[in-house]
Write a protein that binds this ligand. Structure first.
Ligand SMILES: Nc1ncnc2c1ncn2[C@@H]1O[C@H](COP(=O)(O)OP(=O)(O)OP(=O)(O)O)[C@@H](O)[C@H]1O
Ligand SMILES: [Mg+2]
Length: 386
């Protein structure tokens, strides 16, 4: 396992991330995290060298299609992977290394310092206790208060996450609540724990659109009340638009683009990100056809060399089959993208890219010339998300 010590820091080139870490602003630091699962068909390379820093109070969105390694990355952070998983790299929570930490050490952190909110709230709730009891227990784990006072606080927390008739609901069992209400109870428990980090993994995926918005509001309230930093995991870029300060895009177990929300939404530099943006409905152009990304993500067993997005990428050239591009600076040091042609993507629009198919170098040059001719993309996409 590796971790960056203070001395290393002084020697390193000072990027924005280094400065944040040195000033104690980094609450969670994942470095070169790799996770694999031995299986009958071969070794599943679920997470391949993921690194990120989560700064105090920020919202980091992690987005990618099903199977891209989003959940496995977070389960590794929480120490919740099955024993068969092969894990390497480093996960530091403040000064503490979490990879390889004892169960006793992790129990002190899980739920309390790092709260986890899953897609299915029943994963976190105990069916045989009332929701009031479960929230009150979390309150009492942190504050030396009477049972009555803890229950009183549980009622307040249910009001904060906007459960109707909150006080009466304290006596309900989880199965007596709707899915949206259960998710709010889980958020209330997270708040009672007053965590430093909240990891929300597809917290709204099972819910209808109206309830989704309410849960996002409740999460935002929880974040502001506790001051926690949040990792928000979703397959839908639309969910994190307007919520995330920074966005990381995952594909086939790797980060393929990372930057501020503005970088990723307005000046994407990896074709896959453009693909995700192109499959997002646009409020400013409701009649425009969505452009889905054709094809499916690759198998993570016996991965061929080269960029895993190649078979689906309209820009793919020979080099893409041979060399997997590293995450490299795109429009600035804190905006990185993994694409041999990321420089050529300036001004490309999502629909445009996936509407075309660039078959050779001459066609690529033509595509680039056409797409860089217009420079109003930024305003266009900005309208979409504002
Ligand atoms: N316990 C396990 N054993 C073997 N393979 C696993 C295990 N858990 C996850 N995987 C594999 O790891 C890869 C990444 O899975 P992960 O759950 O992280 O995807 P995800 O990005 O969260 O997808 P989704 O959007 O569907 O939740 C998948 O190919 C999955 O099949
Ligand atoms: Mg998942």
């Amino acid at each position: 396992m590796t971790g960056s010590g203070g001395e290393d820091l002084l020697a390193a080139t000072q990027t924005e991330g280094d400065v944040a870490r040195a000033s104690g602003d980094v609450v969670l630091e994942v470095a070169d995290l790799t996770v694999g699962f031995p299986g009958d068909d071969g070794f599943v390379r679920a997470v391949r060298g993921v690194s990120y820093q989560l700064r105090r109070g920020e919202v980091l969105g992690i987005v990618g299609e099903s199977g891209s390694g989003k959940s496995v990355t977070s389960m590794a952070v929480m120490g919740l992977l099955p024993g068969s998983a092969k894990v390497s790299g480093s996960v530091r929570f403040g000064e503490q290394e979490l990879l390889g930490a004892s169960d006793a050490a992790l129990t002190k952190i899980r739920g309390r310092r790092i709260a986890m909110i899953f897609q299915d709230p029943m994963t976190s709730l105990n069916p045989v206790y009332t929701v009031g009891y479960q929230i009150a227990e979390a309150v009492r784990a942190h504050h030396d208060v009477s049972k009555d006072a803890a229950l009183q606080r549980a009622g307040e927390l249910l009001e904060i996450v906007r459960i109707p008739n909150a006080r009466e609901r304290l006596n309900s069992y989880p199965h007596e609540l709707s899915g949206g209400m259960r998710q709010r109870v889980v958020i209330a428990i997270a708040m009672a724990n007053d965590p430093d980090v909240i990891i929300a993994d597809e917290p709204t995926t099972a819910l209808d659109v109206t309830v989704q918005a309410q849960i996002m509001d409740a999460l935002d309230t929880a974040r502001r009340e506790t001051g926690a930093a949040m990792v928000l995991i979703t397959h839908d870029l639309g969910v994190i638009a307007g919520q995330a300060d920074r966005v990381m895009v995952m594909y086939a177990g790797k980060l393929v683009e990372s930057g501020s929300a503005d970088d990723v939404f307005y000046t994407p530099r990896m074709p896959y990100t453009l693909g995700l943006l192109g499959s997002l409905p646009r409020l400013d152009r409701p009649s425009e056809r969505l452009t889905p990304i054709p094809g499916a993500p690759p198998s993570l067993v016996n991965m061929p060399p080269g960029c895993p997005f190649t078979p689906r990428c309209p820009l793919a050239q020979e080099v893409c089959d041979e060399v997997e591009p590293p995450l490299a600076p795109a429009t600035g040091p804190d905006h990185t993208a993994a694409c041999h042609f990321s420089g050529e993507l300036a001004g490309a629009e999502p629909g445009q890219l996936f509407g075309t198919h660039v078959t050779d170098a001459a066609a690529l040059a033509e595509f680039v010339r056409e797409t860089t001719d217009h420079d109003d993309t930024r305003t266009d996409t900005q309208d979409q998300h504002s």
